[in-house]
Ligand binder design. Structure first.
Ligand code: CA
Length: 524
């Protein structure tokens, strides 16, 4: 008996000492993908179908309240890499911020833990990627057609559509990786970022469907602080001929141009003949915008399908966590806008879907307040690594495993800086709870505060700040905001570089916007 017990003990010891297999991580990340344009999120407009992205949620977890800390491209990426807010990682805006690649990031920690790491696609942080065994990234914003890309070995030229090229390069890396090591791949799309240029093979994908309009397409911006109206990101006034496909992109070759012209030219001719004005013009632009944007989303969804199929075909699906997210949300005509930046729901909230076979129950939904500041800690947690004390986010791994910690956050801090170029959106910060938002604007030379109640006003069309029925709520939100700013070490005054107006990068685009354009006659 004693020998048997010794034998069992020995085998048990060996088993527990055996390393658990570290899961692979595939992070598929798009640029400006509104949750309203993912069918899994069930938007009332039913704008499109995204069967492949939806699969990640139906086979895993859909997060309904994934919020970003600063709703704009570069800053969101810096937050994800570092697990820290902009005022700590130093990347505030797309105008003059440059990412300090020497700081601690989650890919560096995964590398140390034995992971192979790669990033392919949009990077947009100004300096070369660090912490990756392989990188192939678009210069700056990148272009949609025949895009050049940067690698450690130099610049390469590609032919074709950017989403396909990023997918091909991602799968190529998976194919030639060291198969004895776990991997972490960041597959980061340019689509569906402005100017929303579709894959030319998808131009007729919607067969000239007429898209339902959002209820607030003709928002008059009443009942809120003046800063809400004072910006330059409207369908009515800000969209350019290039945004609207009234001019052909110069990057297309002759063959691609012919397909482009065959699709757009007859439709543009009809537009010029009809010459719509006022609200009709906004409506025409909205339809063109939706066609182009959703065609770009289709390319991303097709790419997700290819990645999922690759994992299945190569026996990797069971031990690979797949995450789909975007750098922020986007306006698809709500409030008359495109673009992002604001604390309001469509831009502060980003899609997040995670498939973790064997850990996450298929079809789960999480309604807790989670954030892109949590991603770094989460990816480390997935690999069995602790969260470094200096990171400000928290691992989502317990939530993904089915238990939300009792002390999970019930309020969230948001802070946007870039101003006045390029879209004249006032710098602002605020607190978000499950039901309310308190937002403090400090641009346009005057400080103002708004309070939103998502139960009474889900479209965020009126402020209850100063309303006597909200005295208690307002005081509670103000206390939460103060506490969060202290906990997160937000400086009382912004870094002078934060808005992007000082130390502008040489060649940085963006006009010096004055006051936003005033609504034209007939468009209010
Ligand atoms: Ca973006």
């Amino acid at each position: 008996m004693r020998i048997l017990a010794l034998f069992i003990g020995l085998v048990g010891g060996l088993l527990s000492a055996a390393p658990t297999k570290q899961p692979n991580i595939v992070f598929i990340f798009s640029d400006d993908h509104a949750y309203q344009a993912i069918s899994a999120y069930g938007d009332t407009r039913k704008l499109n179908q995204t069967p492949n992205i939806d699969r990640i949620g139906t086979e895993g977890m859909r997060f309904d309240r994934a919020l970003v800390t600063n709703s704009i491209c570069g800053p969101s990426r810096a937050v994800i890499l570092t697990g820290k807010y902009s005022h700590i990682n130093g990347f505030y805006n797309n105008t003059n911020s440059v990412f300090d690649g020497a700081q601690l990031t989650f890919p560096k920690l995964l590398q140390k833990a034995g992971y192979q790491t790669a990033i392919v696609g949009k990077w947009h942080l100004g300096t070369d990627p660090t912490g990756f065994d392989f990188w192939q990234v678009l210069p700056g914003q990148g272009i949609y057609y025949n895009p050049p890309m940067l690698t450690a070995a130099g610049k390469i030229q590609n032919t074709g559509y950017v989403t396909d090229i990023i997918t091909d390069a991602s799968l190529n890396w998976l194919e030639r990786r060291d198969k004895n090591k776990p991997f972490m791949l960041m597959c980061q799309h340019k689509a569906p970022h402005r100017e929303w240029e579709p894959n030319i093979k998808d131009l007729n994908f919607d067969k000239d469907r007429v898209y339902p309009e959002p209820k607030s397409l003709f928002d008059d911006y009443a009942n809120r602080s003046k800063q809400v109206a004072d910006n330059d990101m409207t369908i009515a006034h800000t969209m350019t001929p290039r945004d609207l496909k009234l001019v052909r992109p110069i990057q297309l070759d002759a063959e691609q141009s012919a397909v482009w012209d065959a699709y757009y030219e007859p439709r543009n001719e009809a537009y010029r003949k009809a010459n719509p004005q006022g609200k009709d013009l906004v409506r025409w632009r909205y339809q063109r915008y939706m066609h182009d944007y959703l065609a770009c989303v289709k390319s991303v969804d097709d790419s997700v399908g290819r990645v999922l199929k690759y994992l299945e075909d190569h026996g990797l699906a069971e031990n690979t966590i797949v995450i789909y997210s975007s750098d922020q949300g986007f306006y698809l005509g709500e409030h008359g806008w495109f673009d992002k930046r604001w604390i309001f729901e469509e831009s502060v909230r980003t899609p997040l879907l995670v498939r973790w076979p064997g850990v996450t129950k298929p079809g789960s939904v999480c309604k807790s307040l989670v954030s892109n500041v949590d991603y770094a800690a989460t990816f480390l947690g997935m690999a069995g690594l602790p969260t470094p004390a200096e990171m400000q986010g928290r691992s989502l791994t317990p939530i993904l495993a089915g238990t939300t910690p009792a002390d999970w956050r019930t309020d969230f801090y948001y802070h946007y800086y870039e101003y006045p170029s390029p879209h004249h959106v006032s710098p602002h910060y605020g607190v978000i709870t499950e039901r309310y938002k308190l937002v403090h604007y400090y641009g346009s030379g005057e400080e103002k505060t708004d309070l939103f109640d998502s139960e009474k006003d889900p479209l965020e069309l009126r402020s209850y700040f100063g309303d006597k029925e909200y005295v208690t709520v307002q005081a509670d939100l103000e206390a939460r905001l103060k506490r969060l700013r202290g906990e997160l070490q937000v400086p009382e005054k912004d870094d002078p570089m934060a808005t992007g107006e000082r130390g502008r990068k040489p060649g940085a685009k963006g006009k010096q916007a004055g006051a936003a354009k005033k609504p034209a006659e007939g468009i209010k």
